[in-house]
Write a protein of this length. Structure first.
Length: 64
C-alpha cells in the first residue's frame, strides 16, 4: 500500500520540485532587475522550498 502511494506521488512531487526551481530562477531574475516585488516572491519561494523539503523528509522516513 505504501509503495503504491509513493509511486503515485512521484510525478506530482517532481512537478512541484520543477515549479519551485522555476520560481527560484524568477526570484533571481527579479532581484537582478531590482524589481520591487522580488522580496515578496522570494518569501513565497522560500516557503514553498521549505514545504517541499519537509515533504521529502516525511517520504524518506516512510521509505526507511
Amino acid at each position: 500500500m505504501q509503495k503504491e502511494i509513493l509511486l503515485d506521488l512521484e510525478e506530482p512531487l517532481d512537478r512541484l520540485s520543477c515549479g519551485v526551481n522555476a520560481m527560484g530562477l524568477m526570484v533571481l531574475g527579479l532581484a537582478q532587475a531590482h524589481e520591487p516585488y522580488a522580496d515578496g516572491f522570494h518569501a513565497v519561494w522560500d516557503y514553498l522550498r521549505t514545504a517541499e523539503s519537509d515533504v521529502q523528509k516525511v517520504l524518506a522516513e516512510i521509505v526507511e
